[in-house]
Design a protein around this ligand. Structure first.
Ligand SMILES: [Mg+2]
Ligand SMILES: [Zn+2]
Length: 182
C-alpha cells in the first residue's frame, strides 16, 4: 500500500509552542481544519499512520497508559471524519537516550513498511517540524512541512511546505489525480 505518515502533536492537535508536551487529556485540542483535512484524506487511497515522538515518557511526565489514553481520545475525536489510523508508531525516548526509533531516524517508518508492505517511494510523511521532514527523507518518502507548530520553521528537504494539513492533503489529492502542480 501507499501510506501517509502523520506526525500527531502540532500536526493533528495543537502542540508546540502552546503545549510543549501533550501530557494530559485537557491538552487535547484539534487544530482548526484537522477534521476537514482528514475527511479529504479518508477518501484517498492511502493507509494512514501516526508517527510520534513522546519524550514525555522518558521524562516520566506521562505513563504509557496515559499516552494511550490520550491517543485513543484523539482517535475518537477524529473518527467521525471516516479516517482510520491503521497504527500509531511511537518513540518513548528522549534525545539523550540515543535510541534508534526517535524521529528523524527512519526506523518507525521502516517498521511500518515491513508490517504493512508499504511502498515508501510513493508515500508521504507530514509534520510540523524539520525532524518530521528528515524522517521521511531518511526513509525515502516524499515530505510536507506544515506550518501549524512554530510558524517560522523551514526545511530545504521538504517537497512542499504548506500552511495547514488541509492544504497538504489537497496537494496530495491533486497529485493522486494526476494534476501537474508546475
Ligand atoms: Mg509535531
Ligand atoms: Zn526511541
Amino acid at each position: 500500500m501507499k501510506a501517509i505518515f502523520l506526525d500527531r502533536d502540532g500536526t493533528i492537535n495543537v502542540g508546540v509552542p502552546k503545549y510543549e508536551r501533550v501530557s494530559s487529556l485537557d491538552k487535547i485540542e484539534l487544530l482548526p481544519n484537522t477534521i476537514e483535512a482528514l475527511k479529504v484524506l479518508s477518501t484517498l487511497d492511502y493507509g494512514v499512520f501516526f508517527i510520534t515522538n513522546q519524550s514525555g515518557l522518558s521524562e516520566k511526565l506521562i505513563t504509557l497508559n496515559q499516552f494511550w489514553e490520550i491517543n485513543n481520545n484523539i482517535l475518537e475525536l477524529i473518527a467521525p471524519t471516516g479516517i482510520k489510523i491503521l497504527k500509531t508508531y511511537l518513540c518513548p525516548h528522549a534525545e539523550d537516550d540515543n535510541c534508534e526509533c526517535r524521529k528523524p531516524h527512519p526506523k518507525l517508518l521502516l517498521d511500518a513498511a515491513k508490517e504493512f508492505s508499504i511502498d515508501l517511494q510513493n508515500s508521504w510523511m507530514i509534520g510540523d517540524r524539520p525532524s518530521d521532514v528528515m524522517t521521511g527523507f531518511n526513509a525515502g518518502t516524499k515530505t510536507i512541512l506544515v506550518k501549524t507548530g512554530v510558524p517560522t520553521v523551514e526545511s530545504d528537504k521538504a517537497n512542499f511546505t504548506t500552511a495547514s494539513l488541509l492544504e497538504a492533503v489537497k496537494f496530495i489529492q491533486k497529485i493522486a489525480n494526476g494534476i501537474n502542480l508546475n
